[in-house]
Write a protein that binds this ligand. Structure first.
Ligand code: ACO
Length: 331
């Protein structure tokens, strides 16, 4: 039997504390105008002392489960995308598993930095399609505030903390397998497309690690080059996703992009021929929450009624590695 992964619900969580650009400008050589103009960011949420990635993940997961009408024990696969785990090990996913009352199945972390949610979606979709799991919780959760160099204006203004989660369920298809070569109106994950290029490892990294030097370290980034590669590679993977499903840019109801820079988001919308109203934007309020940015945007756009059952949703992201990917979902 062929299965497809149906979306049952999603949820998001942002820490209470908001830090505005003006607040950052008190201690950094920067301005609200520069940050808004170059990135589209107005503010970001920052986790409280003692508030961990697992805490954000649990809150988002509980909201997603409530939206799906399910409990933790209904889930048999939990994939948590994060580059900022609570501990080096065990996987933060196992802590979340216990706290949401998920009593069986498997829970693990996945690391693809800002592309983490798309990677986690692809992994969960594969488990569900092949019958290895029935219901999956896919979470993106980050506390990037803990790995920022708060004296580096080129990076610290760009990121925020948060979490988002999606509940998926395996349901039999109406007869044809996924990744079909023709337009498919059936609901569920149509296809996912993952890429990485380790030759660009040094463009975006953290200068610490358990094996490297035993420290958590700070984020370092060649912003200009990442920007150039993001526009190029995201365009290619979006084309790949549409072609795999026999679809055009204009078939898309909602573009839900990774929120790294408003100029990158605008470039993708223009390339797909989408009006700005069909692009879900949260970067102004959330900044870049890495693996949490796409599920947080999904949670917002489903809660306010923009994304409706039957809509075609295109997600894309690029992050450290480099890693990048796209996913097409009929909601
Ligand atoms: N405030 C004021 N000036 C600043 C700031 C700031 N916060 N940051 C940098 N500047 C200065 C620079 O020092 C530079 O000054 P100089 O000309 O005197 O040397 C000038 O502004 C221009 O700097 P650029 O880096 O060239 O600015 P750019 O327009 O490229 O914008 C930015 C920088 C916002 C980082 C952009 O390159 C970007 O968004 N890159 C992509 C980021 C991204 O997509 N990351 C991927 C995902 S993240 C992940 O995976 C974890």
């Amino acid at each position: 039997m062929n299965f497809r992964s149906h979306v049952l619900g999603c949820g998001g969580y942002l820490p209470e504390r908001i830090v505005t650009n003006d607040e950052l400008a008190k201690t950094l050589d920067t301005t609200d105008a520069w940050i808004r103009q170059r990135t589209g960011i107005r503010q970001r949420h920052v986790a409280a002392d003692g508030e961990l990635t697992s805490d954000l993940a649990v809150r988002a997961a509980e909201r997603a489960l409530a939206a799906a009408g399910l409990n933790g024990w209904d889930i048999d696969l939990l994939v948590l995308a994060t580059a900022t785990p609570d501990n080096t090990f065990p996987a933060t996913a196992t802590k979340v598993q216990a706290r949401i009352g998920m009593t069986g199945g498997a829970a693990f972390d996945l690391q693809a930095v800002c592309s983490g949610f798309i990677y986690a979606l692809a992994v969960a979709d594969s488990f569900l399609r092949t019958g290895q799991a029935k219901r999956a919780l896919v979470i993106g959760a980050e506390t990037f505030s803990r790995i920022l160099d708060w004296s580096d204006r080129g990076t610290c203004v760009l990121f925020g903390d948060g979490a988002g989660a999606l509940v998926l369920e395996a349901r039999p298809t109406n007869g044809h397998a996924g990744n079909s070569a023709r337009p498919n109106m059936e609901r569920g994950v149509l296809s996912t497309h993952l890429h990485s290029d380790g030759s660009n490892y040094g463009l975006l990294y953290v200068d610490g690690g358990p094996s490297l030097n035993g420290r958590a370290g700070h984020l370092r980034m060649e912003g200009k080059e990442i920007f150039r590669l993001a526009v190029e590679r995201l365009a290619a993977v979006v084309d790949e996703a549409l072609a795999a499903n026999g679809l055009n840019g204009t078939d898309i109801d909602w573009l839900v992009p990774h929120q790294a820079n408003k100029r990158i988001i605008d470039a993708m919308g223009r390339r797909l021929g989408l009006p700005a109203a069909k692009v879900v934007v949260t970067i102004d309020r959330h900044a870049n929450t890495s693996a949490a940015s796409v599920p947080l945007a999904l949670a917002e756009a489903t809660a306010d009624g923009r994304i409706k059952p039957g809509h075609l949703v295109l997600m894309e992201a690029m992050g450290g590695g480099l890693t990048w990917g796209a996913g097409l979902v009929r909601w």
